[in-house]
Design a protein around this ligand. Sequence first.
Ligand SMILES: [Zn+2]
Length: 462
Amino acid sequence: MRTIQAYRFALDVTPSQERMLLASAGAARVAHNWALTRVKAVMNQRAAERSYGIPDVELTSAIGWTLPALRKAWNAAKADVAPWWPQVSKEAFNTGLDALARGLKNWSDSRTGGRAGRPVGFPRFKSRRRTTPSVRFTTGAIRVEPDRKHVILPRLGRLKTHESTRKLARRLEAGSARILSATVRKCGGRWHVAFCVEVDRVERTPARPQAVVGVDVGVRCLAVLSTGGVEPNPRHLDHAMRRLRKLARRMSRRVGPDRSSGQRPSNRWESTRLQLMRANARVANLRRDGLHKLTTRIASEYGTVVVEDLNVAGMLRNRRLARHIADAGFGELRRQLEYKTAWNGGRLLVADRWYPSSKRCSACGTVKAKLSLSERTYNCTCCGLELDRDRNAARNLAALAREVDTAGSGPVAGRGADCKTRPSGQVAEKRQPGTTELVRPGPSRRKAGLHERNLMQRNVSG
Ligand SMILES: [Zn+2]
């Protein structure tokens, strides 16, 4: 099984290496901003000429938006724009131009309806202050040293890694991996290198290929498994909040930068800022670590994993819940389960967003009309079942897998399933391979009162 995956290592860079990295990241930004200025100028010029009634053939010629076209334009102009260009790797400029080419493509695809999701805005200029310093190398000497403590990158030479590169080095030595590119970026006050690697993974099977598990994710408990396991929510952000508040307060009391008066930030402000960044990065690291351990455990054990299709973006709009939901990392959990089940030879089923997993009785199948969030135990009025609310939901999800297997058509929906009437026209939508056709109720079905599409309806209708 051939996949693309990333290996990321923290770096310990020397001051001179850091200067070189920042120079490369700055060069990427310069090339990006220069090309964006050119693109905008040409667009405005053409729009102005059109408004004068000049025919299309006589307009100022358009500038190409693809990476090769932008690179050609940059190479023709770099001697004037950036006479210092030989000092940094050409890959640095390529990084900035590639980002712009992608941004322009996403914007134009989004405008013409060729792209799913929310509308994409026009690319903006990169700021020295706000942009994450980053540079990507796609050609040249990109190696992992056999001592497993260093990596080699073009122009930068040997960089010491903070941790062992054993996992990647082993694969490279065995010939089951090929490095495609390396990106160096600074996040959380520390430099990291991420290798984009094509990996030949051995085919694996889960420990229990026939076993089915329903996973109900929530804020109270991060995950409740239908088999009985409960993963508590570690709430890393809540625990770090006191320290984060303290640092933010301290920073606000120190002399920060002020662009209107030209005030430079004090050293004490800078050091507090670094502390705050580290504290935030630590929260993210803890969260990532916990999620990876959980999803690896689930995906390596069960043959079928069933999760709910949660509207995470929508829930994040609830300002009383947003912080807790973002801290739990629902979206990331689902993303990791998706690829890890594929790697382990299992499968992930995603229940329809409107499947009543919480309101349904997992014993007799009765669906309650109402179930408030405060009811922590599910009490069935039909069969008298008394069960923890989340466990009941997890068991319903697991039961869904059996229905899929017997009915042959599933409640597995593509991402972005939506019961609301779309404002206009068809919207492109990403669908997982092997899923059934999504039955989308049109306005007429909505009027008929079919708000809740559940599995029964779907099997009848198609
Ligand atoms: Zn019941």
